[in-house]
Design a protein. Sequence first.
Length: 278
Amino acid sequence: MSVHSPTSERPHSPPRSPVGVLPDQRTAVDKALVLLKSLADQDGEIGVSELARRSGLTKSTTFRLLGILQRNDMVERVGSDYRLGARLFDIGDRVYGPVSAQLRERLLPHLADLYVLTQETVHLAVLRDTDIVYVNKIHGHRATRCPSRIGARLPAYCTAVGKALLAFDHDAAEAAVLAGLPRLTEYTITDPATFRAELGHIRRTGIAYDRQEAAHGLTCVAVPIMGPAGRPVAAFSVAGADHRFDKARFAPALRRVAYEATRAVAALARAQQATALI
C-alpha cells in the first residue's frame, strides 16, 4: 500500500491575493481607457511611472498597454514620455460631425487675429447641452494655468464662453439652471435669479465675464459668434491671471474679431447651401 501525504489529496487552490488587497477586476480595455483619460488630464507629456501611479496599474501593465496604444496611433512616444496621439484628434472630429470641423477651420484665422491683438491665451468653444467644449486654443506668452484644453468639456454656467452662449439660448440656459449651479469657487454664481440677471446683462452688452468662477486666479472675457439664424454657433474668449488682467481692455478687440468671424460663418453657411443645391 502506498502512503500519500495529506497535502497530495487536497485539491489545487488558486493563489490568494495579499491580505486586504482585492484583485484588479478591470479588463484590458478598461485599463487602456484609464490610461487615455490620464493622458488627457495632462497638458504635456508624462512618464510611465507617473501614468501607472495615476491609473492604479503596475508599471509593466502600463508599459505594455502604452505599446498597444502607440501601435494604433492612440498615443505618441516623446523620448521616454507619452502623450495623446493624432488618431484621437481624428476621432474627436467625428464626435460632433463635419460641421464642427469646418467651423473650427473657418474660425481659426480669426482666433489667431484675436491672439495677435491681445497676446493672451485665447479660446474657441461651442455649446453641447449645458457644457462647453473647447475646440481650439492658442496659448499666450504669459499663459495662466487653467482647466481649458482642446476637447475638454466644462460646465457652461461658470465660464465666460459658456455664459456668452447661454445668454442667447434660453432653453439651454434653463436646462443649466434646472441641473443646478454647483459652486466651483467662492466666486461662482449659484443663485438662479442672479445667474439669469447675469445672462440678461450679457444679452444687452454682448460681453460675458468669468471672474474666477471656474478656477481660482483665472479671469476670462468672451463674446458670442452669431450664426445666420441669429443664434450663437460658438464663442471666443481671452483669459489671463486675475491679478494683472484688465477685462474691459479686451472688449473692443473681441467685438471686432467676433464681427469678422460672424461674417465668415455666414459665408460658410451660404457655401453649404449652394453645395446642397448642386
